[in-house]
Ligand binder design. Structure first.
Ligand SMILES: Nc1ncnc2c1ncn2[C@@H]1O[C@H](COP(=O)(O)OP(=O)(O)OP(=O)(O)O)[C@@H](O)[C@H]1O
Ligand SMILES: [Mg+2]
Length: 275
């Protein structure tokens, strides 16, 4: 159906009727702009794509991890037998690279520890991340807070939420720092309540909307659609694990994370249900 607006073009709407178990309100009729409908479809597609990607990466990470120990151990044994110090440079390369790969595989495999949930104040999480990011990127970065102090606690895994916001916040700081010395950049941490919202086909009365916004160069166009996939990175020395981990943790909490980016403004939005 179309909603006619005076002086503007009409807005295409979709109509969804959901039965409830409330006697005073037997069903909900929702009129949503089609655009929002597309967003929901995209979220669902992303979730299922990510699940199969994750499975593949996990299996692969296991396969790589297993022989790594043997490789490293053998290089160490070999090193003990070598008389010439120059030759030890080679075994050191093997050992160092094996360690680097091992660390990467561990990061790819970590999300599978059981979550430890409890009441979490999101602003404590944000303050913690803020100080971590400012300690790491002391120059040229301002982190602005735009909090809704009336938000209730989430029931969540605090460590995972810190990891999520830290990964997103560090990316923003890295993008800003990458512009070189003498430039200033601003990151904004914004929290709001979102009411009556659908997240991946699930209706929630109340959700937290958390945004991390930066005024940096934006996500390189070539990877914009794939940044949540593991091992996709646009950064020198980046491993491309940060956002895929963030997404895994957000999904554990029945939430979604999405991104909107153009040069001058990059916005990550995380929606987490508050129960
Ligand atoms: N705020 C941002 N501004 C510009 N580019 C970004 C931003 N956030 C993410 N990106 C791009 O998305 C890529 C993927 O990010 P992700 O955190 O998954 O991996 P990474 O930062 O490269 O490596 P890791 O987090 O594992 O150290 C980044 O390499 C960067 O190119
Ligand atoms: Mg990162």
């Amino acid at each position: 159906m179309h909603f006619s607006r005076a002086g503007r073009e009409s807005l295409p709407l979709s109509c969804v009727v959901t039965p409830t178990d409330l006697p005073e309100m037997p069903f909900i009729v929702e009129l949503r702009p089609i655009e929002q409908q597309l967003r929901i479809a995209r979220e669902e597609r992303l979730v299922s794509e990510q699940a199969s990607n994750r499975e593949l990466i996990r299996n692969l990470a296991h396969e790589i991890k297993n022989p790594l120990g043997g490789l490293r151990g053998s290089a160490q044994l070999l090193e003990r037998e070598l008389d010439k110090a120059e030759l030890r440079d080679y075994t050191q390369v093997i050992i160092k690279e094996a360690d680097r790969l091992q660390a990467l595989m561990d990061r790819l495999l970590t999300p599978h520890r059981a979550p430890r949930v409890g009441p979490v104040n999101i602003h404590e999480v944000l303050e913690r991340v803020r100080s971590l990011v400012l300690a790491e990127f002391s120059e040229g970065i301002t982190i602005r807070r735009d909090y809704d102090p009336s938000l209730p606690d989430l029931i969540a895994d605090k460590e995972q939420l810190i990891q999520v916001v830290l990964n997103v916040g560090r990316n923003a700081a890295q993008a800003l720092a990458g512009r070189g010395p003498g430039t200033r950049g601003t990151i904004t941490f914004r929290t709001r309540a979102a009411r009556q919202i659908t997240i991946v086909r699930q209706r929630h009365r109340l959700a937290l909307e958390l945004q991390v916004i930066d005024d940096g160069p934006g996500i390189p166009e070539g990877i914009r659609e794939r940044i949540f996939s593991p091992l996709v990175s646009g950064r020198e020395g980046g491993s491309g694990v940060g956002l895929s981990l963030a997404q895994t943790f957000v999904q554990y909490h029945q939430g979604v994370i999405e991104c909107d980016s153009r040069p001058g403004r990059t916005e990550f939005t995380i929606l987490l249900p508050i129960t």
